[in-house]
Design a protein around this ligand. Structure first.
Ligand code: 7TS
Length: 420
């Protein structure tokens, strides 16, 4: 093994910006937990908010709140302007060709369910196939199981390798004329694997198979261009992007969204209603029934602006240094096994430690001020594949430091000593 890297020798910078400066924007990070400085390493579950996001939401509630799309009065117009402005911010962030292609949902889960119920369910027949991978979060498994249960379609699972990569050769064998959708994660939440989705999409396109990408873990850590990817649907949640909970996005190609029936019915998604016949609003509102999460959309736009100011490419580069450092430090702990060793990974390290259950590890780390997630990470089939009940998972964001990784590693060493 090479000589260990030293955290003190590494520059913690996102582009030109010092991470110490960045951390001042995140009030929550500056606190003690159980008598120790907080090390928040659970970003794959939910990221923290810069002050600018908190301020944007608070400003909206203090000055501008009213319902959208339905008032001539000033507050309603302001709320509508900000809500629709947020849609444009999202459009530009993922480079969609029109803001009609940006549907606000409650999050990734609701976005996938919308596609399952409105796009796939009406189109599939018994014997048709929906193709997903063994790497998926439950949000990209269960909606398809529902569709299959009610239509007689078959859910096919592309296997993964021991490294935690999706088996491309197996995929090429499995996709075919019966396939009606390919639904793939862009980045695995449980292992951090970055799936080379472009390769998968190009095969699917050749065969005319529509593609949905679960981008929940990709969008916060890299720059995503839906036109370049050439996918038909892309889903993500704001809360993993330093934005609020309860809001997320379904991107869909305009032509496809136009051909889809509305999923939920109610206010805002209609043009006219009578007991004989109801006509529907145009895109994107056709898919946004009821009063939306207006403050959520505004908060998400503020989060995107914050990330863009830092630059997504600089964020990705710094997070990759964190991943590299953490991997190399964790590998030195005896009895620790990293689960998921794909060549290309986002800044997620899942691991197990001989003789210590991940849940006990989570509790010990919390007593030292370190927040990680332990469990199956809503990816139970991944755990089954590796024949383990759970992992401990440290997931990093651009505001994490090498010193926090040292704090994690020191706590893991002492956990070993305590329990062995
Ligand atoms: N897809 C992936 C890849 C995810 O990581 C998550 C959430 C979801 C979908 C669902 O997102 P939601 O915002 O609709 O709930 N992942 C995690 C996680 O890894 N730990 O907590 C939530």
């Amino acid at each position: 093994m090479n000589a260990p890297l030293k955290s003190s020798a590494l520059a913690a910078k996102v582009g030109d910006v010092d991470v110490i400066t960045i951390r001042r924007d995140f009030p929550i990070l500056n606190q003690q937990i159980n008598g120790h400085t907080l090390a928040y390493l659970d970003n794959a579950a939910s990221a923290q908010h810069p002050q600018s996001v908190i301020d944007a939401i608070s400003r909206y509630y203090q000055h501008d709140h009213a319902n959208v799309h339905r008032g001539v009065h000033t507050l309603s117009q302001r709320a509508t302007e900000q809500y629709e402005g947020a849609r444009e911010v999202v459009r530009q962030f993922i480079n969609a060709s029109s803001s009609k292609e940006i549907i606000f949902t409650r999050g990734t889960t609701e976005a996938i369910n919308l596609v399952a119920e409105s796009f796939v369910r009406p189109r599939v027949k018994p014997g048709n196939e929906i193709l997903i991978s063994a790497l998926e979060h439950h949000a990209n498994i269960v909606p398809w199981q529902h569709v299959c249960k009610y239509t007689g379609a078959i859910l096919k699972i592309i296997p993964i390798t021991e490294q935690g990569e999706v088996d491309f050769a197996a995929f090429e064998q499995m996709i075919g004329s019966r396939t009606k959708l390919l639904a793939l994660t862009h980045v695995s939440n449980a292992l951090g694997t970055i799936v080379p989705v472009e390769k998968f999409i190009s095969v699917a396109k050749r065969l005319g198979v529509p593609v949905l990408l679960d981008g929940a873990q990709a969008v916060p850590h890299s720059s995503v261009d839906v036109q370049k990817l050439d996918c038909d649907f892309y889903c993500f949640s704001a809360h993993k992007l330093c934005g609020p909970t309860g809001i997320g996005v379904l991107y869909g190609r305009e032509k496809i969204l136009n051909a889809m029936p509305p999923w939920q019915g109610g206010g805002d998604m209609i043009l006219t209603v009578s007991f004989e016949k109801t006509t529907y609003n145009q895109l994107p509102w056709k898919f946004e029934a009821g009063t939306p999460h207006i403050a959520g959309a505004i908060g998400m736009a503020a989060a995107i602006r914050y990330l863009q100011a830092l630059n997504m490419n600089h964020i990705a580069a710094y997070e990759s240094q964190l991943l590299h450092y953490a991997t190399e430090q964790l590998q030195r702990i005896s009895g620790l096994r990293i689960i998921g060793t794909a060549t290309h990974k986002a800044a997620v390290v899942s691991f197990v430690m001989q003789g210590i259950h991940p849940h006990d590890l989570g509790t010990i780390l919390d007593s030292q001020g370190i927040a990680i997630r332990t469990g199956h990470h809503c990816a139970m089939p991944v755990m089954t594949f590796f024949k383990i009940p759970a992992t401990a998972r440290a997931s990093f964001a651009f505001y994490n430091t090498f010193a926090e990784i040292d704090q994690l590693v020191a706590a893991l060493h002492s956990a070993r000593e305590m329990l062995m």
